[in-house]
Write a protein that binds this ligand. Structure first.
Ligand code: SF4
Length: 398
């Protein structure tokens, strides 16, 4: 495996994964492991930047995420799977790099600005809750007056309320993000959170990979990694670090059961290996085209999340028939959801079976992780040996 170019990617332990992860990141990892020497890690140190008490849940969260990786087909015989905090060299290299990055560079990171804007919006949500609720109620009433059909649909009203509130908060967040002041938010950001892109650079460069798979939104972090690699090489007149290239990846947008992007924070997910009963219930309650109230109303499959999920699991010919019948008012949403539930169950059953088998073999899952960590650590130690040598530092005792 080692002759192949190395690729590194990680994920925070956030609990069970859903179909958005399966058809996005994990499908990509599955492809990458065929061509590259892949190192996939659980970024547990990073999870602490959200909440330092998260560590209390790590045992369960790590186990859940690795079982989902394996269920999805990430293969520990092809890729090295490991836990970030089990390789202490991550923290060591982070320390070296933290001397090479200026504070002003970190304060300009777009992801920090976004993070601060979210925290300040949360502060607002807590302190001005009454005003926010009143403005949301008024906006929803205004919409209901214009579209009285919605009054008969309390489920759609609650989505409308949630969306209106989200729009208010997003507008506020955008305004805060555009503010120029720096450090006025020092009380909201920990030292660890500020330095997290530096730790991320250490995570990557420790394995001296040729490529890092990233979405557009993560390019700024990889750019910092490349800058740090160049700065280290220049400072110590060495070539220890290659300059990793982005492997730009276009992740498909998977809709959640309410039509928004599938995300744990929206509570609209379908889990990898979801049990049959819950799966059917979630599909039955899915949001559809709001203009299609009766079977005979012409629908718009292109904006309907049920149809977007059909696209992922239903054969193409059948998809076309569904779209045509929906538009012609010949197919009702209840039947259409029933068809999706059947297709989804056929897709989910083998995944569920694989996951249940892994749940019976939890010790083996941890063994694979320990095995991967040993391999990752050997490479990390070799990098640190080269780093210390380039810096002219004395060798520590073996
Ligand atoms: S018939 Fe199917 S595709 Fe058309 S709106 Fe209803 S659920 Fe969506």
């Amino acid at each position: 495996m080692e002759e192949r170019p190395r690729v590194l990617s990680g994920a925070r332990p956030t609990g069970r994964l859903h179909l958005g992860h399966l058809w996005g990141v994990l499908a990509n990892w599955k492809k990458l492991q065929e061509t590259y020497a892949c190192y996939f890690f659980i970024a547990d140190w990073h999870a602490l930047t959200e909440d330092p008490r998260k560590s209390l849940e790590f045992r369960t969260l790590i186990e859940e995420i690795v079982m989902d990786w394996l269920t999805a087909g990430v293969d520990p015989d092809r890729a090295v799977l490991f836990v970030q905090s089990w390789v202490p060299e991550h923290v060591e290299l982070h320390m070296v790099f933290s001397m090479l990055v200026h504070l002003s560079r970190l304060l300009r990171m777009p992801t920090l600005k976004e993070h601060v804007a979210s925290l300040r919006t949360e502060e607002f949500r807590g302190t001005r809750k009454g005003e926010l609720d009143r403005a949301t109620r008024e906006a929803v009433q205004h919409v209901l007056q214009r579209y009285p059909d919605l009054v008969e649909h309390p489920d759609r009203q609650s989505i409308l309320t949630a969306e209106a509130k989200q729009i208010f908060l997003q507008t506020l967040k955008d305004a805060v993000e555009d503010e120029e002041e720096e450090l006025s938010y020092g009380h909201l950001v920990s030292y660890g959170r500020l330095g997290y892109p530096v730790l991320q650079s250490a995570d990557v460069l420790l394995y001296r990979p040729r490529f890092v798979p990233v979405g557009e939104d993560q390019l700024s972090h990889l750019e910092l990694t490349r800058e740090i690699a160049r700065r280290f090489n220049r400072t110590y007149k060495t070539r220890v670090f290659p300059i990793p290239k982005p492997l730009l990846t276009d992740f498909p947008k998977v809709p959640g059961t309410d039509g928004r992007k599938m995300s744990k924070s929206y509570g609209n997910t379908i889990l990898i290996g979801e049990d049959r009963e819950t799966l059917e219930k979630k599909i039955r309650r899915m949001y559809t085209d709001p203009q299609k109230i009766r079977k005979t109303d012409p629908g718009r499959p292109e904006i309907c999340p049920v149809f977007q999920l059909h696209r992922m699991v239903t054969p193409e010919g059948e998809q076309q028939t569904i779209a045509e019948d929906c538009r012609a008012g010949a197919l009702g949403c209840v039947v259409c959801k029933g068809m999706l539930a059947e297709r989804m169950e056929a897709f989910m059953a083998p995944l569920r079976e694989r996951r249940l088998a892994l749940e019976r073999e939890r010790d083996t899952v941890w063994d694979r992780l320990r095995e991967g960590t040993r391999k990752a650590r050997a490479l990390a130690q070799e990098t640190m040996r080269q780093v210390r040598a380039a810096m002219g530092m004395p060798e520590p005792p073996a």
